[in-house]
Design a protein around this ligand. Structure first.
Ligand code: SAH
Ligand code: TYD
Ligand code: ZN
Length: 409
């Protein structure tokens, strides 16, 4: 165990600021009859690069262990997220993709939630998606999909076959890729001289501000800021030219990169950078304080769940999110404290949550007989879920939330 590693962006020294301990893979839901003794664990810990300020995991999980035929996350599972991506597709069609025969590449297109609208509009496109099952779902929607990991060699092959891309887009994917240098070299090669690379991922500032520590798990390797993205871009002849804060997934930023000098940066870049500096986001002390807040939430949440059990209340959980693996494994929340987790994803139902082995059941189990409390693991979809489950609160049920602090509503 080492509390220092080498930055995957700049090669600088990464200093650890929080250790979540032994964790299972967040999307490795166990099928019935699985050998529980065979579960894969790794050490989840986060650090700050003292040179470029990129926050990153201290250890990398081999990509094939996470992204494969059975990868269970389906992006189209949220109506709100479908709307979010359709809105972006519409905007791209009238701006970046309005020229003659434009070409768009999406990295990590999953089941096609975003690129579907562009394909339907007749835009020349390619989705790159290594997880076979979700890639098949996208292909079934008429999307042209390449089943592979995007990296420099992939980008060069796409360039040779299809020519330069006017837009390269990645949502909740770039932060998943430890070999990010290869990806950016690929982007730099594939991107047309006036093209843009647009990506959106959870924003470190929101994570620290809200103590949303469950954004930290095996698949989320990097936690971007304006400062760290600028440093990363500069290393590949690219430049950060725009940023936009997004309300999705608990707070994200959409970054736009272009070839250096190709576009003037918008004032939003300098504004958000100044905000980050004022918050001392690039400093170890700030991140260590975040770690202390994580431990307070852990203590409050376990105390609440134990008290409710002692009082004989029925508690279940809602949303078998990847994020919840960090919560349940850090807090030691198993089937003794939470009866089941309900989730709409067929690929997760009938399985057990990684590490903590709570049964995952369809939402019908939830409405069949409402519990006293529901621990909302999918808190980032709170508005959508609470509206849909109004009958639960009408029955006297209460939601348990833990971001930014533990409370019932
Ligand atoms: N864009 C979707 C999916 C996010 S999940 C959304 O925002 O909802 C992350 C996706 O990235 C997974 O489908 C995973 O298979 C894919 N992925 C992981 N590494 C990748 C890589 N190197 N190239 C392309 N896709 C990758
Ligand atoms: P999400 O929070 O989007 O991501 P992650 O797994 O990366 O943390 O996952 C949402 C999960 O919640 C997903 O498994 C689907 C489930 N879900 C429901 O069960 N019902 C709903 O209404 C919504 C919106 C999501
Ligand atoms: Zn660095």
């Amino acid at each position: 165990m080492s509390n220092q590693s080498l930055c995957r962006v700049c090669g600088g020294t990464v200093r650890e600021f929080f250790d979540f301990g032994r964790q299972p893979l967040s999307d490795a839901f166990l099928p019935p009859g699985a050998d529980l003794g065979e579960e894969f664990f790794y050490r989840l810990a986060t650090g700050l690069c003292e040179s470029c300020t990129m926050v990153q995991l201290m250890e990398e999980v081999p990509r094939e262990r996470m992204f494969h035929q059975e990868y269970p996350y389906h992006s189209s599972g949220s109506a709100y997220m479908r709307g979010h991506f359709e809105e972006l597709a519409k905007r791209l069609l009238t701006t970046e993709l309005a020229g003659d025969d434009p070409f768009v590449v999406e990295v990590g297109c999953n089941d096609g939630v975003m690129i579907k609208a562009l394909a339907e509009a007749g835009v020349r496109h390619l989705g790159v998606e290594p997880s076979g099952g979700v890639a098949d779902l996208a292909a079934a929607k008429g999307i042209r999909v390449r089943k592979s990991f995007f990296e420099e060699s992939t980008a060069r092959e796409i360039l040779a076959a299809d020519g330069p891309a006017d837009v390269i887009y990645a949502a909740n994917t770039l932060c998943h890729i430890p070999y990010i240098g290869s990806v950016l070299s690929g982007v730099s090669a594939l991107l047309a001289p006036t093209g843009v690379f647009v990506f959106e991922d959870p924003y470190l500032s929101d994570i620290v501000e809200q103590t949303s520590f469950d954004q930290i798990y095996d698949e989320h390797f990097f936690f971007f800021t304006v400062r760290s993205v600028q440093a990363m871009a500069a290393g590949h002849g690219l430049e950060l030219v725009d940023v936009e804060r997004l309300p999705v997934h608990g707070g994200e930023v959409r970054y736009t990169l272009a070839h250096a000098g190709a576009r003037p940066p918008s004032p939003a870049v300098a504004e958000l950078l100044a905000e980050e500096d004022a918050r001392r986001l690039g400093e170890l002390d700030t991140l260590r304080r975040f770690g202390e807040n994580v431990l307070s939430i852990r203590d409050d949440l376990t105390a609440l769940l134990r008290r409710l059990r002692a009082e004989g209340k029925r508690v279940v959980a809602y949303g078998a999110t990847a994020k919840s693996a960090t919560v349940t494994n850090l807090c030691g929340i198993g089937p003794d404290l939470v009866e089941f987790v309900c989730d709409t994803t067929p690929a997760k139902q009938g399985r057990l949550t990684p590490g903590t082995h709570i049964p995952v059941v369809p939402p019908e189990e939830f409405s069949r007989s409402y519990p006293d409390y529901a621990l909302l693991f999918a808190w980032n979809h709170a508005a959508e879920i609470m509206a849909k489950e109004q009958a639960f609160t009408d029955s006297g049920g209460q939601w348990i939330l833990y971001v930014p602090s533990v409370r019932t509503v």
